[in-house]
Design a protein around this ligand. Structure first.
Ligand SMILES: [Zn+2]
Length: 228
């Protein structure tokens, strides 16, 4: 599977979610990175966007979302480390990873599920054409899927059905819609600072991790930063 995009999720669970089948990798509340599926295998994490993409999730936001299991600093950082490490391995450059802009069609490589649900990587005109169209019809016409993202964006992008809003923001006090750009900045910084930042250790469940059919590492591991 060629990887064109990385999607950032929250699992809407407790901090300990580790079920395989959806996300390739899940970061626990304590920051532990659990790799469930090889990055060259397709899984089901982001509607109509799974065939060339990796899904990485923070296990959080279940129950009463911002009160019971809000994203922790450790897991957000380690999700970004993992994404940065994969991006580096894919040969992407920090400057290739574009941020959200008001004109749309700007974010490209790395999107939050909130942004993907809202089709923020398509031109606004195409998104408008896809609005109210059945999924089968949208596929036939080459349009993006219906907008199932947040109900309202501060920059005027059209609102969706709020089926998914993963990382619409990183903290409850952040501005609506700010999550993607905050996470991408962190990812670019990790890409520059530590071209290969995630050495495996012997802890955790052991499994081979493949990328484009090449074994790149094994096992799950606990990143050492912020764990003492
Ligand atoms: Zn999601």
């Amino acid at each position: 599977m060629a990887i064109n995009k990385i999607y950032l999720h929250w699992s809407a669970t407790s901090y300990k979610f580790t079920e395989s089948g959806s996300y390739h990798t899940v970061v626990q509340g304590d920051g532990r990175i659990v790799r469930l599926t090889s990055y060259d295998q397709q899984t089901a994490h982001t509607f109509r966007r799974n065939s060339n993409a990796v899904g990485i999730a923070c296990a959080c936001m279940g129950g009463d979302p911002w009160n019971d299991f809000p994203p922790t600093k450790e897991q957000v950082e380690n999700m970004c480390r993992e994404a940065a490490d994969l991006a580096n391995r894919l040969g992407w450059k920090p400057d290739d990873i574009r941020d959200l802009s008001t004109t749309g069609n700007s974010v490209n490589r790395i999107l939050t599920h909130a942004e993907a649900g809202a089709n923020r990587d398509f031109p606004m005109s195409l998104v408008a054409q896809g609005s109210g169209v059945t999924d089968a019809e949208a596929i036939r016409l080459g349009l993006p899927h219906a907008n199932y993202g947040p109900s309202r964006w501060l920059d005027g992008w059209s609102g969706g059905t709020v089926h998914r809003w993963d990382f619409f923001k990183v903290k409850s006090t952040d501005k609506d819609g700010s999550g993607g750009n905050i996470l991408r900045k962190m990812i670019r910084d990790f890409m520059k600072a530590t071209p290969s930042s995630t050495p495996p250790t012997a802890s955790g469940r052991d499994c081979a991790i493949f990328l484009n059919n090449v074994k790149i590492t094994t096992g799950s591991f606990r990143a050492t930063a912020h764990v003492s």
